[in-house]
Design a protein around this ligand. Structure first.
Ligand code: RAM
Length: 522
């Protein structure tokens, strides 16, 4: 069973001044009332594919009288994040028993068919958006206390009674986000598919921009550094909500633990708290995230505040290098993320990400004229490149290998390219060799695909980069995505890192990056 890491002692150093700054930057959420647009039925066809069928006009809803096992499925026409209110009434004689309803919220149609009893994964089934409610007195207006992420809402009448039937008079959602789509200048690339990918990317980001940059409004509803870096990057030049980036940065940097580590993810409720999960790559990404924010916003005060701790993530990682300038492999545990592809060895990827992030550390040091730190970064970049070439480069395979079993994966090649370990010409050869050999340890997240696209651009393969965007993210659009997903393996739609895709998130922050590439390069 997979699991997140844990620290036995968890010594958090709250920086009250930073957390106060974060508090002062809490956004006012934009609220909008939305109504369902239609009625649907969802089923599976003979080829086991999920199909939706129009089940009539939404105007008919209040004419449907529901008794035991009757159900209706409402379509809101787009992905929603917000609070739902239902007006429920009855027809017939006196209500002689509670109305007993089950509500299922679904981001994608197949979730309507999922059964909670089938879930046996390793993360909580509490994430499955299903509610059972008893209503003793009808008519009633019920405002559900949870926030949901969904497009479809199935309402099943578990029971009414022989004397009365349930009627759903009205359902509405108060949709919330820190930003609105009107804030984004529209673009036209001349290619309809790219324009649509751009729009869906921004919708994904919008629905994840709440009190902080959440990773997914269905799950996990917290802020992970790896996701946040990419969200912030896409937000520059689109929603341009610098205060939300700044708030999110101060939250991460305001709660270091054990040796000033920055947590892989943080919680904000009931009060801000870091998770006791540490991922070396996510900690290192604090450097590029801070650098990119400062360049986009020009906010040098924040740079001065956060610089020491960003550099500490780099020097902490440097202190873990062995005398060959190599990060040791820590095996299968959750010590470095990179991707959810099964069996991926993380050692070479971690080494490459350290080099990649030290390059940002160098730039941060230069911005502050810290020549001692800039020299230190350069020395360790050179040493780690030397270590990487000696230890991970396989002369025979002409590819990078990782771990004791010399594993060749897509992730290791891509990260070594982005780290700039070799010349651009050699990188170009390497990416073509990778495409040709197609290592079986592949990539399953849009997050890793983002870095693949980035690596192709680094290798001056712009056309190929856009082919990947059109094929991979375009693939999700063909499958009906309103927002982009946490995980997409076109060869296996049921793939999940959690033991079942019932808990996968279908509006996931790290998948919003095509808008960044499209707007930068098209
Ligand atoms: C999952 C989430 C999140 C990601 C971490 C590593 O829990 O999908 O987005 O950053 O894993």
């Amino acid at each position: 069973m997979a699991s997140y890491s844990r620290f036995e002692t968890f010594d958090i150093k709250y920086n009250r001044a930073f957390l106060e700054k974060a508090k002062g930057l809490k956004p006012d959420l934009i609220k909008e009332i939305k109504l369902p647009t239609g009625l649907l039925s969802v089923s599976k066809n003979d080829a086991d594919q999920v199909e939706t069928h129009n089940a009539g006009s939404i105007e008919n809803l209040k004419d449907i009288h529901m008794n035991r096992d009757d159900k209706v499925c409402l379509d809101f026409g787009d992905h929603m994040v917000g609070y739902v209110t239902l007006k429920v009434a009855k027809v017939g004689s006196h209500q002689d028993a509670p109305a007993y309803l089950r509500l299922k919220f679904a981001e994608v149609a197949e979730e309507v068919l999922d059964k909670i009893e089938d879930y046996d994964g390793w993360i909580s089934k509490g994430w499955i958006q299903e509610e059972f409610i008893h209503i003793d007195v009808l008519p009633a207006t019920i405002k559900l206390p949870r926030r949901y992420a969904f497009r479809y809402l199935e309402i099943l009448t578990i029971d009414a009674s022989q004397k009365f039937s349930v009627v759903i008079e009205d359902v509405s959602v108060e949709k919330i986000s820190a930003v609105s789509m009107d804030m984004v200048p529209s673009i036209s690339t001349g290619e309809a598919l790219l324009d649509e990918i751009d729009r869906v990317s921004l919708r994904t980001l919008q629905d994840c921009m709440q009190d902080v940059f959440e990773d997914g409004p269905k799950r996990d509803r917290r802020m992970w550094m790896g996701d946040f870096r990419l969200q912030a990057l896409v937000s520059y030049g689109t929603f341009d909500h610098f205060d939300l980036v700044k708030r999110s940065l101060y939250l991460f940097f305001g709660m270091p633990f054990n040796e000033d580590r920055i947590s892989a993810c943080i919680f904000t409720e009931p009060t801000p708290e870091p998770d006791d999960t540490f991922l070396i790559d996510y900690a290192l990404f604090t450097a590029p995230t801070l650098y990119e924010y400062v360049i986009a916003s020009g906010d040098h005060d924040t740079l001065k505040d956060l610089y020491p701790l960003a550099m500490k993530q780099l020097t902490n990682a440097i202190s873990e290098l062995n005398d060959q300038y190599i990060l040791e492999d820590k095996g299968d545990g959750f010590w470095c993320f990179i991707d959810w592809s099964k069996g991926l060895n993380k050692q070479a990827g971690a080494q490459a990400i350290l080099i990649y992030c030290m390059r940002f550390g160098l730039k941060l040091a230069e911005l502050l004229n810290d020549s001692v730190m800039a020299d230190t970064m350069q020395i360790w970049i050179d040493r780690c490149i030397q270590g990487a070439m000696n230890h991970f480069w396989d002369e025979d395979a002409q590819m990078f290998v990782s771990g004791d079993e010399d594993q060749i994966s897509w992730g290791s090649q891509i990260w070594m390219i982005l780290a700039g370990v070799m010349s651009q010409e050699a990188n170009k050869d390497l990416i073509h060799r990778t495409i040709e050999k197609n290592p079986s340890i592949g990539m399953v997240t849009p997050y890793m695909h983002h870095y693949y696209v980035d690596a192709l651009i680094e290798c001056d393969e712009m056309a190929l980069a856009f082919d990947v965007i059109k094929e991979y993210w375009g693939g999700m659009i063909k499958e009906g995505a309103d927002t982009f997903w946490e995980l997409y393996n076109p060869k296996d739609r049921s793939e999940s890192p959690y033991g079942s895709n019932i808990v996968n998130s279908y509006c996931h922050a790290w998948s919003c990056t095509p808008a960044y590439f499209i707007r930068k390069y098209k």
